[in-house]
Design a protein around this ligand. Structure first.
Ligand SMILES: *Cc1c(COP(=O)(O)O)cnc(C)c1O
Length: 458
């Protein structure tokens, strides 16, 4: 009998995160004056203990016991062999995934939400603000804040606020307060509403609102939190890949290919960075971040300095960017609709250590349905992007008659995305192509910014 699941005991969980900044060199984030920002400049936005983690170059960072304690509600997550998907494809490839959909909010996001809530609490913060697109991050942070007795305020992109009531309900159940963005509560929100009272909102505007709400709170007890992109978020997610390595060791297997979908980059980083370390140390392994063809950051956009938000409150980050004012077409994978990318993930692409892929909406949902009808579980639309690449690689292995081992991250479940599945199954979804002209127009916003250096770390 082939085992379907490889478990770790709770006492076998990794006790440290892996920090990739120990192994690659990076362009620094820049302030408004075009000079590298100092940690002090970020103090009104984030608690200092997280800022220190953001700039740390220690390779291994201890996971605090109170964080471990809450992660154990659902971790270690199982490493699953997708035997039924393999059979459906008739492939000799062995397909494994980390199931991150088993967390209370149903995705990988609480891995960092819990850590961030803990460090804010330790620093004496009482209230955290954030933004959310489809609601995955807002619900993860609401859950984490409830565990530490913190208040959570979420600015949710207007279209999702109106169209996706259930994640809002989850936030409310955990005690989070959610408002539609743009709102009247911030200058960034009021400006956006004045420009267009009927605006659907965007992630960029919501980030601006959440930052503004944190830094203008006179009590000094409010900070902002971001669910992806930043170095410390990537760090907290590495527990996924570190667990996977231990699980593979138990069965004497090592992957040939590692795959994760990439929006801001965090679930990909989580599964991939521990394997990137092995690759740096000489292992032969292919590592693919997968993004939507309609928001092709890594595969088509240039590596530049750009802001992380529309109102340009964030420092300039060295990353692949479609422009901070870019509003992606309305494809159904909310978590992948971001104009930029984690600077660490961008740097790995520049160094040739990972190779980005793009898939269309229809290919993603097709892969999701093949998986649903074999493995049984309904994946998040974001996860479907990883699955499209997995199935591609598994069929390639079939054509080449090679017994490749493929690992991917099942970043979340799709049980609150069933409307999109309905649309796919009734042929109401289509692909979005981004024209050269549209890309050139959206990329004008960073034309006058400084350019990052092309760095090879070794
Ligand atoms: C948010 C989200 C993503 C994409 O975000 P990353 O920062 O790239 O990980 C992927 N999958 C799910 C289920 C998500 O909720």
């Amino acid at each position: 009998m082939e085992a379907r699941k490889i478990f770790l005991r709770e006492d076998e969980m990794p006790r440290q995160w892996y920090n990739i900044l120990a192994d690659i060199k990076m362009n620094p984030p820049l302030g408004p004056d075009g000079k590298p920002i100092t940690p002090d400049a970020l103090a009104p936005v984030f608690p200092m203990n997280l800022i220190e983690q953001e700039v740390s170059t220690e390779r291994w960072i201890n996971i605090p016991e109170p964080v471990m304690n809450i992660l154990r509600i659902w971790r270690p997550s199982p490493l699953v062999r997708a035997l039924s998907l393999e059979k459906a494809l008739g492939t000799p490839a062995k397909i494994y995934f980390k199931n991150e959909s088993v967390s209370p909010p149903g995705s990988h996001k609480p891995n960092t939400a819990v850590a961030q809530a803990y460090y804010n609490k330790e620093f004496g913060i009482k209230r955290i603000t954030t933004e959310t697109g489809a609601g995955q991050w807002g619900s993860a942070l609401s859950f984490a804040c409830s565990q530490f007795g913190l208040e959570c305020k979420v600015f949710m992109v207007r279209v999702s606020f109106d169209q996706k009531p259930y994640r809002k309900s989850m936030m409310a159940a955990w005690g989070g307060k959610c408002v539609a963005s743009p709102s009247n509560e911030t200058k960034a929100g009021r400006d956006a509403l004045q420009k267009d009272p009927n605006t659907p909102g965007s992630l960029g505007i919501a980030i601006s609102e959440a930052i503004e709400a944190a830094v203008t709170d006179e009590s000094g007890e409010t900070r902002y939190s971001l669910g992806s992109v930043l170095n410390h978020v990537m760090l907290h997610q590495t527990i996924i890949g570190l667990e996977a390595k231990k699980q593979f060791e138990k069965i004497g297997v090592y992957p040939d290919i590692v795959i994760g979908c990439a929006g801001g980059g965090s679930n990909f980083a989580g599964i991939a960075f521990p394997f990137v370390l092995d690759k740096i140390n000489g292992k032969k392994i292919e590592i693919y971040p997968v993004e939507p063809a309609a928001c092709p950051t890594l595969t088509k956009a240039p590596f530049v300095y750009d802001h992380g938000d529309t109102a340009r409150y964030t420092p300039l980050l060295p990353m692949h960017s479609l422009g901070h004012a870019f509003v992606p077409p309305p494809f159904h994978a909310g978590g992948l609709r971001y104009h930029g990318m984690a600077p660490t993930v961008s740097q790995l692409v520049m160094e040739g250590l990972i190779e980005p892929k793009a898939v269309t909406q229809l290919d993603a949902y097709k892969a999701g349905i093949i998986t649903t009808r074999s493995e049984g579980m309904i994946p998040a639309p974001e996860t479907n992007h990883a699955l499209a690449c997995v199935i591609d690689e598994a069929l390639k292995a079939k054509a080449e008659k090679k017994e490749k081992v493929i690992l991917f991250n099942w970043s979340g479940h799709g049980l609150l995305d069933l409307m999109a599945y309905d649309k796919y199954l009734s042929n109401q979804l289509s692909n979005f192509e981004l024209s050269e002209a549209e890309m050139l127009a959206s990329e004008k916003v960073f034309a006058d910014f400084p350019k990052p250096a092309i760095i090879k770390s070794r």
